[in-house]
Design a protein around this ligand. Sequence first.
Ligand SMILES: C[S@@+](CC[C@H](N)C(=O)[O-])C[C@H]1O[C@@H](n2cnc3c(N)ncnc32)[C@H](O)[C@@H]1O
Length: 183
Amino acid sequence: MRNPQKVGAATPTSAAVAGVVAQVVPTTGQPVVLELGPGTGSLSGGIRERLPAGARHVGIELVDEMVRHLQVHAPWMELVHGDAGDLVPLLAERGVDQVDAVISSLPWSLLGEADQDRILGEVTKVLAPHGAFTALTYLPAEHNTGGRRFRQRLAATFDEVITHTTWRNLPPILHYICRRPLL
Ligand SMILES: C[S@@+](CC[C@H](N)C(=O)[O-])C[C@H]1O[C@@H](n2cnc3c(N)ncnc32)[C@H](O)[C@@H]1O
């Protein structure tokens, strides 16, 4: 509530949302999964449950209060206090140049054009060819300027963009599940 523009949500997302999001998490091998804007960690537990031994779960979170919360409630996450727009150098510092899945719950529809483009550009640089990128917006936000622009950007950035609605969240959540960046 103290930081509506950056956080973009009044309440954590529901378990139903977490269940849908976690489906892109690989359950075999030694995948690296990147979570952008883990916030209160409401999606993080579901991601962790699917990860096999030896996997890495890296989170990049901007807001100080959220970082402190995650350090207490999700100590197993490799948490980076930073901006998703710098994800390539932030991952490089940790020896990561490719990730198998990116799960983002950034407030995409509130971000300006330059920020949307910058973060999506960084995502396409690290996403493995077989990887998946997911994003969430509140369903009503799909119709505002930022939401419409984000949808267009996704269509221009990825070969495949699938949508799914989770109605068991207030307000309902629109998921985008994207694969094969058009480089
Ligand atoms: C909608 S909220 C988090 C949702 C999370 N699933 C939850 O239920 O708590 C968005 C999160 O993205 C974070 N955030 C916003 N802009 C960011 C950025 N540029 N880089 C990293 N995190 C950012 C916010 O601080 C917030 O924690």
